[in-house]
Design a protein around this ligand. Structure first.
Ligand SMILES: *Cc1c(COP(=O)(O)O)cnc(C)c1O
Length: 460
């Protein structure tokens, strides 16, 4: 960091003399052979990992080009070198992003790499790389791990887009098939995996929208026994769950949700072993390199500024979700929240979560019918201003959607029933602005209005 502070560049920087990472200085020959093929060398971050916030604070901090406390945005598509030989070395893989040598921003970009390092620290993985959306992170990592003729075993409760990708797109476009299983039935999972043919076991740590919780250690053990890569979507529970620390190989996120927190950016990330990230960036075979769902450096910068307060935000999302779920249940509503003791995986979740973050920022209220769900959401938005009717999650305002007719509408009625998605299920991503009591009184007022109009049974 120190060597970057006083340099004032007038002309294109000399890639051969400017800031070097500590790693290069200590590299010597140790990494020489690895560097031949790798653009992204393993970090030491995973060794002493104990908590996501602690890991983030220990991760390398990038200063700005002029000594700014924040890193500079490297808003360049391409990078210059001082000697032609350097270009050859970069293309052969001898010099890479790990040593601050960059070729072109669809490959590696320093600002995107900085955010990616934060994400690797957050999840406790060797490496990570960010993408232009959650779906591109998911599709790219699956296409890297699974080839034509191969097979995936996936949870039947998945984000609608992922479900459609596996059900419709992959079989048609790539001859990749998927068997959907109930991940709580471990024998069913075991039996669905065909050794040699199945390449990936895929599930969500906390699943959309019914908030069921996966037994990450046990599912990872089964996957590894059968030689498959275990990929977990942790979009619903950043900080709360750390799937890679519980045994999973790869963690994917839609950064568009809690991690961004602003509902203004679409982004994603793949966190996993350095060998995987390197393979996804391979010039000849890499899914990220060749399909090109690249994150823009300006977007990466904005997101990197939000990561330091992700932990604080998650704690308040979770705190309010817990308080509201408890109170809603007391009122006699049918609430699904994994922090409540009556949730089928409450104890399991308790055994897996990182300390002091809570049980997640989403809760569901089952209103029985779509009509009642819609009436409640309408009152909550237009009469009491408790939240907004919108899909997505992780925003500072409360967002509400009726899952069956929105985010899970890709599923057939039968699939919805199997996934436990009732037509009156209202998913709420609990926001944190305003005071807790102010927002709760808005909820109560809407519910009372609903009871007055006879659309909701009697209290209790
Ligand atoms: C939103 C979401 C995705 C897709 O992410 P995008 O950033 O919208 O592409 C994937 N998985 C889950 C669980 C999500 O909620």
């Amino acid at each position: 960091m120190a060597e970057t502070k006083t340099q004032a560049y007038v002309f294109p920087t000399n890639n051969n003399s400017r800031k070097r990472t500590e790693r290069e200085d200590m590299d010597g020959d140790d990494y020489a052979s690895a560097a031949k093929k790798s653009m992204f060398l393993p970090t030491a971050a995973s060794a002493a990992w104990e908590d996501p916030a602690a890991a983030l604070a220990s991760a390398r901090h990038e200063f700005g080009e002029h000594g700014g406390v924040n890193m500079s945005i490297e808003a360049s598509a391409t990078f210059t070198v001082m000697e032609p030989e350097t270009l050859r070395k970069m293309f052969s893989g001898e010099l890479g992003a790990d040593r601050d040598f960059f070729i072109y921003s669809r490959h590696f970009n320093p600002t995107v790499l900085n955010l990616s390092r934060q994400m690797a620290a957050l999840e406790g993985t060797e490496a990570a790389y960010c993408t232009s959306s959650g779906m591109s992170a998911i599709s790219s990592v699956l296409l890297q791990l699974v080839s034509s003729g191969d097979h995936v075993v996936a949870s039947r409760t998945l984000y609608g887009g992922t479900h459609a990708l596996l059900t419709h797109f992959f079989p048609r476009a790539c001859n990749i098939t998927t068997t959907f299983v109930d991940i709580h039935d471990l024998d069913m999972v075991r039996n669905a995996i065909e050794v040699g043919k199945t390449k990936v076991l895929y599930f969500e740590g906390m699943s959309n929208p019914t908030l069921t919780v996966a037994n990450i250690p046990e599912l990872s053990r089964i996957g590894h026994e059968k030689g498959v890569t275990v990929v977990v979507d942790n979009t619903f529970s950043p900080m709360v769950l750390s799937p890679a620390r519980l045994g999973a190989d790869v963690v994917v996120h839609s950064i568009s949700k809690f991690i961004s927190g602003g509902a203004d950016i679409i982004a994603g990330v793949v966190c996993g072993p350095a060998s995987l990230v390197n393979s996804m960036m391979d010039l000849h075979q890499g899914s990220l390199m060749l399909l090109g769902p690249t994150m823009n450096a300006k977007v990466a910068f904005e997101l990197a500024e939000r990561i330091p307060h992700l932990g604080i935000r998650m704690k308040e999302h979770c705190n309010r979700a817990m308080v509201y779920a408890t109170r809603m249940k007391k009122m006699g509503l049918k609430v699904i929240y994994p922090g409540l003791e009556d949730h089928p995986q409450h104890e399991l979740l308790k055994s897996m979560i990182n300390k002091d973050y809570g049980y997640g920022g989403l809760l569901c209220v089952d209103m029985g019918t779509e009509e009642r769900a819609n009436r409640l959401m309408n009152l909550l938005q237009n009469y009491t201003q408790f939240g907004f009717m919108a899909v997505s999650l992780g925003y500072y305002e409360t967002l509400m959607s009726c899952s069956g007719s929105s985010t899970s509408s890709e599923l057939s009625n039968e699939e919805k029933e199997l996934a436990g998605i009732s037509p009156g299920l209202v998913r709420m991503s609990i926001g944190y602005i305003g005071t807790l009591e102010q927002r709760w009184s808005q909820f109560e007022k809407a519910l009372n209005r609903m009871q007055d109009s006879g659309l909701f049974g009697s209290k209790k």
